[in-house]
Design a protein around this ligand. Structure first.
Ligand SMILES: Cc1cc2nc3c(=O)[nH]c(=O)nc-3n(C[C@H](O)[C@H](O)[C@H](O)COP(=O)(O)OP(=O)(O)OC[C@H]3O[C@@H](n4cnc5c(N)ncnc54)[C@H](O)[C@@H]3O)c2cc1C
Length: 406
């Protein structure tokens, strides 16, 4: 069967709309909120209302991080598979990040905590938390990549869990309506005891301690949050409270299989923006890329651009594959990590190489190239670093457990 690499027809309107929003609403305020770090991008409220309207009308097909619950595949004819909300999400997020990654991360109701809710919540919780904008808090002062080691505790007391601990680097930690917090029910029971809890903003005992100053994605707030005897209803534990050592970390990790392709799409979108502008700037300097001639007989700049384009295409295809597998309920941990590893690495390389190709223009603030090089680096760090993705891929390929390959 031939592979059709065109965008699925049913998503073309969505992708086109996302591109228009990126070009006309995000790009014009991109530099403003890069400079005004910690200022709330109020323009996004109107945009979020528009996206809500599209979602209600059923026209959006999952225009953001919120739309990543695994669809039932619709077996249309002869075992045919579906293109669903995961694919729609990566394609629209890619377009939005062509506009601005930091602003995309600041979009109300599109937080990574929303993906956790979509992945792990039961039907009652899905309905109860519908429309809530949720950040996600895993990282702690002593715990980053080794997320099985978290120390924040959740102790059942009557009908409530009592949370205690410190979370750092929480994206949208100040602005979101709620935070999905990872905490352990019992440190002695290891990773199986780690559960996620929805903590609404303003819950007594939860406080934002400070906001970070950052290299890039400055439009996005990144908070340190303290939980000091913070009580939440026991129904706010997402999914099952049962500690099943056989299940291990699988429940919590399922979130990442959905979110890693999304982060890959952010990297692809940002790098595409850099390549598009670099192509234009090179053309205006007389460097035209000829796609019908081998790279090695063209100018060094044209050959480099061709190499960057092909690297990015590899990342884009892995991203599409990982999202498509999620839509079709195929296990995609390997592909999600491959997509994130490739896109994170290529995203940083492409954006920085574009700065290099454009020289002083690339480095100065007259264009957004230097900003995109700063913005893209985080996409190779959060949701699992480059090294951690490679570790996961190696474990899957070699059939080794996390205890066997560290
Ligand atoms: C802007 C920003 C936003 C963020 N948003 C969130 C958020 O919303 N929620 C959240 O919970 N966290 C968030 N984070 C935290 C982020 O997920 C962590 O920084 C990341 O997981 C890495 O953890 P660490 O910083 O503790 O680094 P470490 O885990 O200490 O790693 C340091 C270095 O060692 C490498 N390393 C670690 N272990 C291994 C190994 N076994 N093999 C090889 N190399 C290894 C890493 O790849 C890295 O290069 C955010 C971070 C930033 C900067």
């Amino acid at each position: 069967m031939p592979i059709n690499l065109d965008d699925p027809k049913k998503f073309r309107t969505l992708v086109g709309q996302a591109h228009q929003v990126a070009m006309n609403m995000l790009r014009p305020i991109s530099r403003k909120y890069d400079l005004a770090e910690h200022e709330y991008p109020k323009e996004l409220d109107m945009l979020a209302a528009m996206i809500d309207g599209l979602a209600e009308s059923g026209a959006s097909e999952g225009a953001g991080a919120a739309g990543v619950r695994r669809d039932e595949p619709t077996d249309r004819s002869g075992g045919q598979v579906t293109n669903g909300t995961n694919l729609a999400s990566v394609m629209s997020i890619q377009e939005m990040c062509w506009g601005d990654v930091g602003l995309l991360l600041s979009m109300p109701r599109q937080g990574l905590g929303n993906s956790a809710i979509a992945s792990v919540a039961d039907d009652e919780q899905l309905a109860r938390f519908d429309g809530v904008w949720a950040g996600m808090a895993i990282t702690e002062p002593g715990t980053g990549s080794d997320s099985a080691n978290i120390k924040t505790t959740a102790v059942l007391d009557g009908d409530e869990y009592v949370l205690n601990g410190e979370k750092i680097f929480v994206t949208s930690g100040d602005r979101a309506d709620a935070i999905v917090v990872w905490a352990t029910l019992d440190r002695g029971l290891g990773r199986a005891a780690i559960k996620s809890f929805v903590v609404p903003k303003g819950t007594p005992g939860m406080r934002v301690e400070r906001l970070e100053h950052k290299l890039g994605i400055r439009a996005s707030d990144t908070a340190t949050i303290i939980f000091d005897n913070c009580r939440v209803p026991k129904d706010n534990l997402l999914g099952s409270a049962e500690v099943d050592p056989k299940q291990g970390f699988a429940g919590a990790m399922a979130t990442f299989d959905n979110t890693r392709p999304l982060v890959a799409s952010m990297a692809v979108g940002c790098a595409t923006a850099a390549l598009d502008l670099t192509r234009e700037l090179l053309a205006s300097a007389g460097v035209e890329v000829d796609y019908d001639r081998p790279a090695h007989i063209q100018s060094a700049a044209a050959a480099k651009l061709l190499q960057l384009e092909s690297d990015l295409e590899g990342a884009r295809l892995l991203m599409l594959q990982a999202a498509w597998m999620a839509d079709n309920r195929k296990p995609n941990s390997l592909e999600a990590s491959m997509a994130k590893a490739k896109a994170g690495r290529v995203g940083s390389d492409v954006t920085l190489s574009c700065v290099e190709l454009c020289g002083a223009v690339g480095y100065s603030e007259s264009e957004l190239l230097e900003k995109w090089a700063r913005d893209s680096k985080i996409l190779d760090i959060f949701e699992g670093t480059q090294q951690i993705q490679q570790l996961i891929v190696a474990r899957r390929v070699l059939g080794l457990s996390s205890a066997e390959l560290k």
